[in-house]
Each structure stands twice: as C-alpha cells, then as structure tokens.
Design a protein around this ligand. Structure first.
Ligand code: SAM
Length: 468
C-alpha cells in the first residue's frame, strides 16, 4: 500500500504544476492566449530558439522522446515517468498468473475466424475472458456478474467459450434485450463454427468434451448467460439478482467483472466488491473519466482513496476529459485533428464580433468533416449559434489568414497536453487501487490487459479476496 501511495503522491505532485494547462480548453487557444499562459517558460523559449523545422509537430515529439539534452525531452520523460506505461506497479497478465499459480485456459480462437465482433472488441473480450476464466478456476467461483455488459459480447463469450454461468447487468433495456437476442444468435454461430472448423467444444471445470452435444444444441438457447436490466448503484443487491436468475440452494461465489464501465460505474463496481463477501474476485476496466463526480462528499466518485480525499486534491473535468486521449494512436497515425485550428480561430472571431463568451461557452458541435474552408466552417458555426452577424467571406478569410502562422503553436500545445494525459489516467487508477488496499484488499493490482494501440483504455484493476 505504501508503494501505491508513494507513486500516487509523486504523480499528484507532478501534475499539480500543470493543472491550469490540463484544464484549459483547446477552443480557447487564441482567445485566451493559452500558449503564453500555460506553456512552461523553458519549453516556450526552446521552441522559439530551436526553429524545429518539421512539417509534422508530432515528429518533434518523437525525436525528443528519449532526449535528455532538450527541455522538451526532459518534460516528456517526466510525464512518462509519471504515466501508467512506466509505472512499476503495473503488472502483466503473466505475472499475475504466476503470482496466483493460475492454470491458463486454452485459447479458443475459432470464434475470431467467424467474425463475431469488431477486431477491437474481440481483442478486449478474448484477453479479458482468458483472465476471468483463470480467476474462476483459481477461486472456484460458481458465477460471473458482468456489470454494464452492454451488447453482451464479453458475457456471451465467457458462457460460450468457457462455459461459465454469467449474469449480465445493464441499465439500458434496449441493450439487455439486444444482448439476449445476440447471445442466442451467437450460440448458433458458435456451434456451427465448431462444426465448420471441426473443433472440439473444450470442457471447462471437468466437463466432458461435447462436440456431439453442441451439434444437437445448435438450435438451443444460450442458458448459461442471463440478462437483467438494472441501473446499478452502491446499494443494489447483486446476490439477490443472481439468485433470481440462477435459482439454487448452494452458496454462490461470483466474480464481479466490468469492461469499460463508464464514469461512476467503475467506482460502484469497486464498492460492490468490498460489500460482497461472496465475490472472490474483481476485474474492472473503466472509461469516460470525465463523467466521474469529483468532490469530497459521499456521492462523489473521485477521489476514492482516503489519502487523496484528505489532501483535498482537485483534478478538474477538462483534465479528466484529457485523460481519455489515445497517445499511442496519435504517435502512430501522426495526425492532429484539423478541426482544432478552425474551432480555435472561430472562437477568436466570435469574440471579436460578439464579445467574450461568459458561462458554458459556444457549442457548435462537430462540423469540420463537411467544411472545406474556414469560411464555410464559420458560416455553419454562426448559423448553429443563431447569431445574426453580417460579415463578408473576405473578412472571414482575412481573419483566418492572420492566425495561419500560429498553427504550429496550437499543434505543439495540443501535443504537450497529449503527453500529460497518461499522468492523469495514472492518478485516477492509482487512487482506485489505493482505495481497495486501504479497505483491506491486499491482493489488488493494476494490470495491463490490452494493447494500448488497439484499445486505449487498457489498464484494469484486478482484486482477489483472501479465502475465508
Ligand atoms: C462503455 S459501455 C461498455 C459495454 C460493454 N461492457 C462492452 O465493453 O462492450 C458501458 C455500459 O454500462 C452501462 N451502464 C452505465 N452505467 C450503468 C449503471 N449504473 N448500471 C448499469 N449499467 C450501466 C451502459 O448502459 C453501457 O452499456
């Protein structure tokens, strides 16, 4: 626990000097002169002096990733040292497996051959279900509860491939109904895939191989996976929901899992794990951190640990939004959204015409894809905002020209934010881990479950309760 707290403390102390930067909004880059306000002075000076002659700003960052002779390089490395990727607390699935002497379940790839889901979803579902199946074996869990199971891909996979009894819970009726229909379709396709690729339906937990059975079952419903539409809160009686769907007289042990449980749902899953002594393990991967409720009262979902609560640390919504960036993808694609420039200049133009915007801000939504020029973008923006402004195309174009040379500053600023993003996610996840450890869950870990390029929200909290 001390190690986690120390790591969290370091990252919090590092991000504290950049809080105004990570909480700024790209829209206001020109109107609030964010470059002057928030870029560290030494980096600002270096950027001006070095005349980095790169067409693509991302190349400057790539060249400085390891550089210790430049301000930018040292900044990137400090971010990296406080990010999840370099966090020595993170462990891989293999390490977890060794630590708990898990028997890896065999990978059954035939599902992929028959394209049940997108590549991204399949990557997540396959990796996560391997781990969940390992944990079920290791802890002798009788059931799995998939909280926020959405379209039910993970639950279906666990029930079809690993023969686990799964209860899927989601607040959306449409999704739960869709999941049930999809599960039955998948059952049929699964059986025909087994036949098509001549694969034995491998046993799990000492069942006998059942290829013949699966052929007979081709038209049967998937009885291992059941769904309930329910909005889950801290108070929801999960055990009761499980017994309603899977009636029985023995004491069930149910693993709690959640794949990309958005916003408050991750903190809810963690608390549910604490309350449910019959839950031998938890696997939780969160997303949509901007939806968390930040504060120090009972209802708030960030921070969770006493340590961070007592320090009165405030991250901020824009910072949490920023943590959802996908740096690995940005560095590979080398693409910075063009819309950033149009939107920031448009804001400045509107301020010039209509005065400073007070309160929530001007919302124009996504438009760039359909706009070939700033003039077109501005015309659409003005219409969306309902402003009655008489302005010529020439005036709009001239306004944009004035800012065009500053594009490199805007893109550089965007990239500085991108390298800070993993520090924020690190803080959010370490806080969750510390919360579990403060509450006596000794065996709790931050595990890298997915490839960050394929699935940017790739870190999960895994916890295993001591046997009682
Ligand atoms: C990002 S989706 C993930 C779905 C699925 N696990 C997957 O990975 O494909 C999050 C799901 O959580 C559900 N959800 C969010 N808050 C919830 C709550 N409090 N109770 C139940 N479901 C919730 C949403 O309806 C949505 O289907």
């Amino acid at each position: 626990m001390d190690k986690v707290r120390k790591k969290l403390q370091e990252s919090v102390s590092f991000i504290s000097s950049y809080l105004p930067l990570v909480n700024s909004h790209m829209v206001e880059f020109f109107s609030n002169d964010l470059w002057e306000a928030h870029v560290p002075n030494k980096i600002k000076t270096e950027f001006k002096e070095k005349h980095w002659n790169k067409e693509n700003i991302i190349d400057i960052f790539l060249e400085n990733l390891e550089a210790s002779h430049s301000e930018l390089g040292r900044f990137i490395q400090s971010c990296s040292a406080n990010s999840l990727e370099k966090n020595e607390i993170i462990i891989g699935i293999d390490e977890l497996q060794k630590a708990f002497r898990m028997n890896r379940c065999s990978n059954m790839d035939c599902v992929n051959k028959d394209k049940f889901m997108s590549e991204k979803k399949f990557h997540e579902v396959k990796k996560m279900s391997e781990l969940v199946a390992d944990l079920v074996r290791t802890t002798d869990a009788t059931h799995v509860i998939d909280i926020g199971d959405g379209k039910g891909y993970l639950s279906s996979y666990l029930s079809l491939v690993y023969k686990l009894q799964v209860l899927g819970l989601d607040s959306s009726t449409n999704l739960t109904q869709g999941a049930a229909e999809r599960a039955n379709k998948l059952q049929k396709r699964w059986n025909s895939a087994l036949n098509k690729f001549d694969i034995e339906d491998e046993p799990f937990n000492n069942e006998t191989p059942s290829k013949t059975k699966s052929i007979e079952d081709t038209n049967k419903r998937n009885e291992c996976y059941k769904q309930v539409t329910k909005f889950i809160t801290y108070d929801t009686d999960l055990k009761n929901l499980l017994y309603e769907k899977f009636p029985g007289s023995i004491e069930y042990q149910y693993g709690l899992i959640g794949l990309h449980t958005c916003g408050n749902l991750s903190p809810i899953c963690l608390r549910q794990f604490l309350y449910n002594n019959n839950a031998p393990f938890l696997v939780n991967i969160g997303c949509c951190y901007h939806l968390l409720e930040e504060g120090n009262d009972h209802e708030s979902t960030f921070p969770m640990s006493n340590y961070l609560k007592q320090s009165n640390f405030v991250l901020g919504r824009n910072a949490r939004m920023l943590s959802l960036q996908a740096p690995a993808r940005i560095f590979v694609s080398k693409e910075i959204p063009q819309t950033l420039m149009f939107r920031a200049v448009f804001e400045s133009f509107m301020e010039h015409k209509m005065g400073k915007c007070i309160g929530k801000g001007r919302e124009v939504g996504r438009m760039r894809s359909k706009c070939s020029s700033f003039v077109e973008y501005s015309r659409k923006g003005i219409k969306k905002l309902g402003y009655n402004i008489h302005v010529s195309d020439e005036e709009i174009a001239t306004f944009f020209e004035k800012y065009a040379p500053s594009l490199q500053f805007l893109e550089f600023y965007f990239m500085i934010r991108v390298v800070l993003a993993p520090v924020i996610e690190n803080i959010i996840l370490l806080d969750r881990l510390l919360f579990l450890q403060e509450n006596g869950i000794k065996h709790s870990f931050l595990v890298k479950l997915f490839d960050s390029y394929v699935s940017p929200r790739c870190y999960g909290i895994v916890a295993i309760r001591d046997k009682q």
